[in-house]
Design a binder for this molecule. Structure first.
Ligand code: ADP
Ligand code: MG
Length: 416
């Protein structure tokens, strides 16, 4: 091994190490000027970290989705990888040719013609002029913008611009393709052509970094995802796991997410149940257990895994006629997914003074799409109207799902 630089494993095509990008923020243009004129006085800027110490290794052939809300640092990361921006600290090693579709305009010179820009891009990627001569016809044909290829790029509409950028990026056989929210440009037939081409590139082993707001497109195309929030990686790993967590965050926000969800995450076991203590009320729900198909207590289930719910309740007043037990499943943003009760199902529940237990089995699993959910549980009068106790959020559950459908719920189905 050589003595200089970072050792790169053979199958790692992009290695990002402790990367940060700080922008100087000034309160006013005057401050910026003062700082430039008097560099020895107290600095007038504050550092704003668009990227804050992120590290990531990307293997050859991986398709990585990068998600996060606006301003989280996605484009900054891609621009540093492509070399359009220099980092403040940290390093990026790239082991191959990159073609990038960055935010509109980046990487093109507005004064040069379309063709000149194509050559310039090719040469930046490491191709010779002769090598680009061989590709230029294919690129022009793919872009399909007519005589405009001979005009300066500043005269292009955003659609024409995107066509040319895409035509270059996917016709130069890059090792790495970087796409920053560029898929919604152009007309429908052009989009189909691009997707078709991108899919072929992915299948033939091109490494792809993909930024989009379309989380389901990330699920469709990527095996791995990174969620960036305020310049840091919040989660990284299996695409569905990261996408589920990000969507939960969008639904509820960070604060509520941590406060409410993680605290309730612990799994009750019988030994954590309170002792039975008489009360003058009618009844109380004291436990709510979720068992997987192996009989283990859990708060993490697969969407299609059979689960059994146990509700443990103390009865203080035996003289209640035909009491009803109900449970509800709600999404983290409080959408009512499913409510069932023993009145609707015409089932009687045990009602003896002291501790009682009753179970319901979700035979086919809860069939909800991935993400966090919670249960409410309640005991009611015989009309299921008056609740003795109504316990909201008695238990949280994280549902994992392969990418088998979108929305809230997977309806059991068969195509023909
Ligand atoms: P994303 O692509 O995730 O929407 P960006 O990477 O474009 O986010 O931006 C990350 C943050 O850096 C944003 O808060 C943005 O305002 C800031 N930023 C980007 N470019 C500059 C710049 N030239 N000067 C100061 N701040 C910038
Ligand atoms: Mg961006």
């Amino acid at each position: 091994m050589c003595c200089s630089g970072v050792y790169m494993e053979q199958d790692i095509i992009i290695s990002i190490k402790n990367l940060s990008k700080a922008y100087k923020l000034y309160n006013s243009p005057k401050d910026r000027l003062k700082e430039a004129l008097f560099p020895f006085l107290k600095p007038r800027h504050t550092d704003y970290y668009a990227l804050n110490n992120v590290s990531l290794n990307i293997k050859k052939g991986e398709t990585i989705g990068i998600i996060g809300k606006n301003g989280s640092g996605k484009s900054t990361l891609l621009k540093i990888i492509t070399g359009v921006l220099t980092p403040t600290s940290g390093e990026v090693k790239v082991n191959g040719k990159i073609a990038a579709l960055l935010e509109l305009g980046a990487g093109f010179n507005p004064e040069m013609t379309g063709i000149e820009n194509v050559y310039m891009n090719g040469i930046i990627m490491g191709y010779t002029e002769e090598e680009m001569d061989k590709r230029i016809d294919k690129i022009i044909e793919f872009a399909d913008i007519g005589e405009y290829v001979y005009q300066p790029v500043k005269m292009y509409s955003s659609g024409m611009f995107a066509r040319l950028a895409f035509a270059v990026a996917i016709n130069v056989e890059p090792d790495i393709l970087i796409v920053d929210e560029a898929l919604s440009v152009g007309d429908m037939r052009f989009q189909i052509k691009c997707m078709d081409h991108m899919k072929k590139m992915m299948d033939s082993g091109t490494t792809v970094l993909f930024v989009t707001h379309d989380i389901n497109a990330v699920r469709r195309f990527c095996s791995r995802a990174v969620w960036i929030n305020e310049g840091s990686f919040t989660k990284e790993g299996d695409v569905n796991m990261v996408a589920d967590a990000y969507l939960d965050y969008l639904k509820l926000g960070e604060f509520a997410f941590e406060e409410n969800v993680e605290q309730n995450e612990h799994t009750d076991s019988d030994k954590d149940l309170p002792a039975f203590v008489h009360s003058d009320t009618i009844a109380d729900i004291v436990g709510f257990h979720i068992y997987n198909q192996h009989g283990s207590l859990t708060n993490d289930i697969m969407y299609d895994e059979p689960v059994t719910i146990e509700v443990i309740y103390d009865v203080f007043d035996e003289n209640i006629e035909s009491p009803v037990l109900g449970i509800a499943l709600r999404s983290i943003d409080h959408d009512y997914i499913c409510g069932i009760n023993t009145l609707l199902d015409k089932v009687e529940i045990p009602w003896k003074y002291g501790r009682n237990r009753f179970h319901v089995k979700f035979i086919h699993g809860i069939l909800a799409t991935g993400g966090k959910y919670y249960f409410d549980a309640a005991l009611f009068d015989k009309t299921a109207t008056v609740s003795f106790p109504y316990k909201a959020m008695v238990s949280f559950v994280t549902v994992s799902s392969s990418y088998v459908g979108e929305g809230r719920y997977i309806i059991p189905h068969k195509w023909s």
